[in-house]
Design a protein around this ligand. Structure first.
Ligand code: NAP
Length: 465
C-alpha cells in the first residue's frame, strides 16, 4: 500500500503508438493492477501503421483507430508525441523513470533482395512508397518518377498487393481517400500501362490473403492478367492445398482471372509466379529486371522452396518496388536478435545476453515476433506480453517504485523536448478531419513536421508541462 492507503500505481512506458502499443495500453489499463500508461511516440501523430501503412483505400481497416481513441480516453493514459524512445528518453532513462517499459516499435526498415543493381535510381523499397502516399512527414520529399510504362513489384505479400493496387487506382477511386494530394496527382497522372507482380514461389505459397486478391479483380481501371500455365501445380503444392483455406480460395480466384477476357482497361496488372529477380540493370537508372524461372522443391524442413532453373528473361521496366518484407531495427542498449530482426525476448519478456529476463522490460508486436499477421494479431500478441508483465507484478518480481509523471515531464522539459500530448493530437486530428470533410474525404493529412507541430501548437501545444 502507498502512504495514502491506495495500492501503489504501476507506471508503464509503452514505446510506440501503433496497434501493438495501443493493444498493450488497453490490456494494461483494463488489468487488475492500478496502472498509468505513458505512450511515447516519435511522431506528433499516433496509430503507427494504421495511419502510415494501411492503404488509404482501405478505410474500414483504418477505422480500428476508433478503438485506439477509446483506449486513449481511459483514465491513466497519456500520449507523449514528438518524443523519441531511446533518443529523447534513453533506455536507461525509461528504466529509471518507469516501473516497466513495453517496446512496441514495429519493424522500421525493409528487407533487401541482395541482388546487383538493387540501389539503382528507380529501385525503391515498397515501404517508402507506402509511407509517401500515406503522408508520413519523413517521406514527403521522395521523388517517385511515375512517368514510366511498366512497373515491377517484387513479392507476393499483402504489401505488394497494396502497392500494385494503389498504382492502378483511378482518380474516382483515389479521390475519396486520405491519400496525399501529391500522390493522387502522381498516380493518376502516371504513364503506367503495366504493373507486374513477381512471386518467387507458386500460387499456393503466395503470402497475400484472398480478400485482397479479390479486390484486384474489382479495380475500375485495371485488368488483372494471370497466365494459366503459372497455375499448374506440382504434386507438393497440390498436397499443400489440403486444409489450407486461404491458398485454396486464392487459387480459385486466380483461375477465375486466368480465364477472364481482358476488359480493355487503361492499366494492366500481371501476377506472375515462380520468378525471382537476379539483377536490376540500366544505364544510370533502372531499365530492366533480369529474372530467373524457379521450380519448387521441398527443403530439409519440408518447406517448399524456390530453386532457380537455367531459364532467364528480361523484363523492361522503369520502376521497381521491392516488397519482400519488413525488418526490425535494434534500439540502443536494448538486447536484439540479429538473425530474427527482433528484440531478444521470450513471449514478450526481454532477455539479457544470458537468456534471463531483463527486469521490467517487455516488447510486443512486430519487434517481438517479426513482421507478420494482420492488425488484430497484435491484440493477442500484446495481451500475452501484458499478462506476463502482470504475472511479474503478482509474483513480486515487478514492484512499483513510486515513479511519477512529474519526473518524466521534468526531464523532457530539461531536454527541451516539445511534447505533443493527447490534446495536441486532438487538434491535429480535428484540423485534418475538418479539411477533409469539405472535400468528402476522411481527412486531409498534415504531411510535414512543421504543419503537424503547428496544428498542435495552435491548441496550446507543444508546450512544456
Ligand atoms: P509478407 O506477407 O511476409 O510477404 C513477403 C513476400 O515477399 C512473400 O511473398 C515472400 O515470398 C517474398 N519474398 C521474400 N524474400 C524475397 C526475395 N528475396 N525475392 C522475392 N520474393 C521474396 O510481408 P508483407 O507483404 O510485407 O506484409 C507484412 C505483414 O503485413 C503480413 O502479415 C501481411 O499480411 C500484413 N499486411 C496485411 C494487409 C491487409 O490485411 N490488407 C496489408 C498489408 C500488410 P516467400 O513466401 O517465398 O518467402
Amino acid at each position: 500500500m502507498s502512504s495514502n492507503g491506495n495500492p501503489p500505481v504501476l507506471r508503464v512506458a509503452v514505446v510506440g503508438s501503433g496497434p501493438a502499443g495501443f493493444y498493450a495500453a488497453g490490456a494494461l489499463l483494463g488489468g487488475d493492477v492500478p496502472v498509468e500508461v505513458d505512450m511515447i511516440e516519435r511522431l506528433p501523430a499516433p496509430w503507427g501503421l494504421v495511419r502510415f501503412g494501411v492503404a488509404p483505400d482501405h478505410p474500414k481497416i483504418k477505422s480500428v483507430s476508433r478503438a485506439f481513441e477509446k483506449i486513449a480516453e481511459r483514465p491513466g493514459f497519456r500520449f507523449l508525441g514528438n518524443v523519441e524512445g531511446c533518443r529523447d528518453l534513453h533506455h536507461a532513462d525509461l528504466v529509471e523513470l518507469y516501473d516497466a517499459v513495453v517496446y512496441c516499435v514495429g519493424a522500421q526498415t525493409d528487407r533487401r533482395m541482395g541482388i546487383p543493381g538493387e540501389d539503382l535510381p528507380g529501385s525503391w523499397p515498397a515501404t517508402e512508397f507506402v509511407a509517401w502516399y500515406n503522408g508520413h512527414p519523413d517521406y514527403q520529399d521522395l521523388d517517385f518518377d511515375l512517368a514510366v510504362e511498366r512497373v515491377v513489384v517484387v513479392g507476393a505479400g499483402n504489401v505488394a498487393v497494396d502497392v500494385a493496387r494503389m498504382l492502378a487506382l483511378t482518380p474516382e477511386e483515389l479521390g475519396p481517400t486520405d491519400t496525399t494530394d501529391a500522390a493522387i496527382a502522381a498516380i493518376t497522372g502516371a504513364s503506367i500501362t503495366e504493373i507486374v507482380m513477381l512471386a518467387r514461389r507458386g500460387p499456393v505459397q503466395a503470402a497475400f490473403t484472398t480478400p485482397e486478391l479479390i479486390e484486384l479483380g474489382e479495380l475500375a481501371g485495371c485488368d488483372v492478367v494471370v497466365d494459366p500455365a503459372d497455375l499448374e501445380l506440382d504434386p507438393a503444392s497440390e498436397a499443400a492445398l489440403e486444409g489450407d483455406t486461404n491458398a485454396t480460395r486464392n487459387l480459385e480466384v486466380l483461375r477465375g482471372y486466368a480465364a477472364r477476357p481482358l476488359q480493355g482497361h487503361p492499366r494492366r496488372l500481371q501476377l506472375r509466379f515462380l520468378v525471382s529477380p537476379v539483377e536490376l540493370t540500366g544505364d544510370g537508372r533502372v531499365e530492366a529486371v533480369e529474372v530467373v524461372r524457379n521450380r519448387l522443391e521441398a527443403d530439409e524442413s519440408g518447406r517448399i522452396a524456390a530453386v532457380p532453373t537455367d531459364e532467364r528473361e528480361t523484363i523492361p521496366c522503369g520502376l521497381v518496388f521491392r516488397s519482400v518484407g519488413y525488418r526490425g531495427v535494434a534500439l540502443p542498449e536494448v538486447p536484439f536478435d540479429e538473425r530474427r530482426g527482433t528484440i531478444r525476448n521470450e513471449r514478450g519478456r526481454v532477455l539479457d545476453e544470458t537468456g534471463s529476463p531483463l527486469a521490467g522490460v517487455y516488447c510486443a508486436g512486430w519487434i517481438k515476433r517479426g513482421p507478420s499477421g494482420v492488425i488484430g494479431t497484435n491484440k493477442k500478441d500484446a495481451t500475452e506480453t501484458v499478462e506476463l508483465l502482470l504475472e511479474d507484478v503478482h509474483a513480486g518480481r515487478l514492484v512499483p517504485k513510486g515513479a511519477t509523471a512529474a519526473a518524466v515531464d521534468a526531464l523532457l522539459e530539461e531536454r527541451g523536448v516539445r511534447v505533443v500530448t493527447q490534446s495536441g493530437w486532438a487538434a491535429i486530428d480535428e484540423a485534418e478531419v475538418a479539411a477533409g470533410e469539405k472535400l468528402g474525404r476522411p481527412r486531409l493529412k498534415l504531411c510535414s513536421w512543421d504543419a503537424l507541430l503547428g496544428a498542435a501548437e495552435a491548441a496550446g501545444e507543444p508546450s512544456p508541462f
